[in-house]
Design a protein around this ligand. Structure first.
Ligand code: BTN
Length: 270
């Protein structure tokens, strides 16, 4: 393990500027690197527990027990992907915690020039290139702390994915047709997270939701199967609600449901 500060991203090129003074970076001021770790989210949680400052990033070349959403694992092959987590302490209401996952998806999609599938899958060519695992600890009123983890498939070939992911996952290398610089991907992700977190803190949910909507092509008019707490059901998407929930007009009853947690699968029209 090694720790450093301020080396996650070079400053903007050029020296003096007549524009506004650059904002002090929050995310990535301190970076803890690991060759191998269980899960960067778990390590970031440990750091948060011991009072780590907001913005610290935990980065690993390999995860032995990388975690995904809904209790799934996250395939974290050594040296091929980017696996990073950020400690956050947003001073805001507990009800806004789901925005952290949406915000990270927007940041990831802007950094990687990819699309989003609600709630926070990063997609290229209709396949998953990355994902976000946002875990907040809240009191009744407010967010105490949060860990936002992002995993990106960078230099994977098809054969690097386990059989169950083949045909469902892709990598930046496969999409762009050439090996990619993982350090550059890390810098782009951290810069974008820093930008979007600052926007969210300063302006609120609206710009995040607007950008999310522009990056998620399935949010409106798509027939989907919804897997939430109960049995799967189908309907047609009708956009995002004010807290980032997915609005879906249910088949059968015709009622509009607000999906807060869960997955959607696109249903092919016949
Ligand atoms: C998903 O299921 O799509 C979310 C995947 C999130 C994976 C990342 S990799 C870095 C961080 N550490 C983890 O254990 N998970 C997240």
């Amino acid at each position: 393990m090694s720790a450093g500060s301020g080396d996650a991203s070079p400053g903007p090129p050029g020296a003096a500027s007549s524009g506004p003074a650059p904002r002090a970076r929050l995310i990535g001021r301190r970076l803890e690197r690991h060759a191998r770790i269980g899960s960067t989210n778990d390590r970031a949680r440990e750091l948060a527990d011991t009072g780590e400052e907001e913005g610290t990033v935990v980065l690993a070349d390999e995860q032995l027990s990388g975690r995904g959403r809904a209790g799934r694992g996250w395939h974290s092959a050594p040296g091929l992907g980017v696996y990073l987590s950020v400690v956050l302490r947003p001073p805001t209401e507990a009800s806004r915690a789901p925005m952290l996952g949406l915000l990270a998806a927007v940041a990831g999609a802007c950094a990687l020039e990819c699309r989003i599938k609600w709630p926070n899958d990063l997609m290229l060519d209709g396949l998953k290139v990355g994902g976000v695992l946002a875990e907040a600890r809240t009191t009744a009123e407010s967010i105490r702390d949060a860990v936002v983890g992002i995993g990106v498939n960078v230099n994977h070939d098809e054969g690097d994915f386990p059989p169950e992911l083949r045909g469902r996952a892709t990598s930046l290398r496969r999409h762009r047709g050439a090996p990619q610089d993982r350090a550059g991907v890390v810098r782009a992700l951290i810069d974008s997270l820093d930008d979007w977190y600052a926007i969210w803190r300063r302006v609120g949910d609206r710009p995040v939701l607007e950008r999310f909507a522009s990056l998620a092509p399935d949010l409106r008019g798509r027939r989907v199967r919804v897997q939430d707490a109960g049995a799967p059901w189908t309907g047609v998407t009708e956009g995002l609600g004010p807290a980032g929930e997915l609005l879906v007009r249910r088949d059968g009853s015709g009622r509009r449901a607000a999906v807060r947690f869960g997955e959607i699968v696109l249903v092919e029209e016949v």
